[in-house]
Design a binder for this molecule. Structure first.
Ligand SMILES: CC(C)(COP(=O)(O)OP(=O)(O)OC[C@H]1O[C@@H](n2cnc3c(N)ncnc32)[C@H](O)[C@@H]1OP(=O)(O)O)[C@@H](O)C(=O)NCCC(=O)NCCSC(=O)CCC(=O)O
Ligand SMILES: N[C@@H](CCO)C(=O)O
Length: 354
């Protein structure tokens, strides 16, 4: 929540010049205080459906303890769903139709699993672009994670993602390259983010289309970027929402695929994620698995519980800070009527007046 410049203290002016959010007393007394309504389009596969819900709800809830947030989960057609997942959706999710009528201040779109070579061949492509088309006109800002980022970058700017020779998988160090942008204001200038993807969109391609790149990693590429208007679409290529154990679960899935003879090579570990103790445990486990296979003995169970105490979360604080900046800015410019994206006087082509 922004500071109110309730006196002439020079610090207010100085901070304002540095880009800090400072409200003048008149604006502060006339602000229409209300709750924020955030849509959450969950397109993750069944196994991660509820974990992903928790991750994004947690980020929204934990980023700011003062404002009130209503998060509205919904999904789209074109994704395979088990009976259990479908029952969960039917019981607890809202419909896009209803949300269109009620209005949203912000929209989060999760990552997804893909099965086709080109994103436009996925069954969920058309429904996803329908949500996006509506949100672009009616929602103050849309935040996309990983696959949603790839899909919307393709849809908006015609940039197709590129398949990487090996999966980008691990926890990577990042640097803020635009320290003036309100999304990166007052956050750590170097911080970690998990990535988990076979594909990438590149900084030069984004910049050629005037997409503003804010945070990059020398090893993992772009993490955070915004649409040319500076705010209306926020792109995350990494997964700042991941739990401490999310990459461990993905690693376990890959090892299980090896054990079940679905892949030929024992999977590599996600990089910069396991410390030396955890790596030693997994190194020993890989040897045990391969020896058991060779000698046709029972496969020892995966040592996840042994490893869990060694896992660190080195990304969540910054993830919360970015979310807080994002939702704070949404609040400052959204209309009192939640069906309208902007207050009077806000320029949709440059809503933050950058
Ligand atoms: C890795 C798995 C398969 C693990 O799921 P499993 O059901 O096997 O897990 P499990 O070991 O049986 O454990 C079940 C418990 O763990 C929780 N759990 C499951 N997945 C979790 C996760 N990712 N993070 C944290 N917790 C998780 C469950 O809610 C459940 O908790 P309770 O028991 O407490 O209820 C899943 O998480 C998954 O499918 N992840 C999504 C991977 C993915 O498709 N990502 C795409 C995004 S990547 C992208 O968008 C770009 C794609 C690209 O470009 O390549
Ligand atoms: N953007 C509004 C808050 C939401 O009603 C204001 O600043 O008055």
């Amino acid at each position: 929540m922004p500071l109110v410049a309730h006196t002439q203290l020079p610090t207010f002016q100085r901070l304002k010049e540095e880009g800090e959010d400072i409200l003048n007393p008149d604006r502060a007394t006339h602000q229409h205080i209300r709750e924020l309504h955030i849509g959450f389009l969950n397109i993750m596969p069944d196994a991660a459906l509820e974990a992903t819900e928790r991750q994004f709800f947690r980020l929204v809830g934990a980023c700011n303890q003062i404002a009130q947030f209503h998060v509205h989960p919904f999904t789209i057609k074109g994704l395979p769903r088990s009976e259990t997942a479908q029952a969960h959706i039917s019981q607890y999710y809202e419909t896009f139709e209803q949300l269109k009528q009620d209005g949203l201040d912000a929209l989060i779109i999760s990552g997804a699993n893909v099965t086709h070579e080109h994103l436009q061949e996925e069954d969920f492509w058309q429904p996803l672009t329908e949500v996006f088309e509506w949100a672009k006109q009616n929602v103050t800002s849309i935040l996309c994670s990983c696959l949603a980022t790839h899909a919307l970058i393709q849809f908006c700017y015609g940039i197709e993602r590129t398949r990487l020779p090996t999966k980008r998988w691990g926890v990577y160090s990042h640097k803020v390259i635009d320290r003036k942008h309100p999304l990166t204001a007052e956050i750590n200038t170097r911080f970690d983010v998990p990535h988990s993807r076979f594909n990438e969109v590149f900084q030069e391609d984004l910049q050629q289309h005037s997409v503003k790149v804010l945070v990059t990693s020398s090893e993992a590429g772009v993490h955070l970027a915004v649409s040319p208007d500076g705010f209306r679409i926020v792109f995350f290529q990494g997964h700042p929402e991941y739990d401490d154990i999310s990459l461990l679960k993905e690693y376990k899935r890959e090892v299980m695929r090896f054990i079940n003879l679905e892949i030929d090579e024992y999977p590599p570990v996600p990089v910069h994620y396991f410390n030396s103790e955890a790596q030693a445990i997994f190194h020993a486990y890989a040897k045990q698995v391969q020896a058991a296979q060779k000698n046709q003995l029972p496969i020892p169970s995966f040592p996840d519980q042994e490893v869990e105490p060694f896992l660190d979360n080195t990304w969540r604080d910054t993830a919360k800070a970015v979310f807080n900046n994002w939702l704070g800015k949404v609040y400052q410019i959204t209309n009192q009527d939640r069906r309208l994206p902007f207050m009077p006087g806000v320029n949709p082509d440059n809503p933050l007046d950058l």
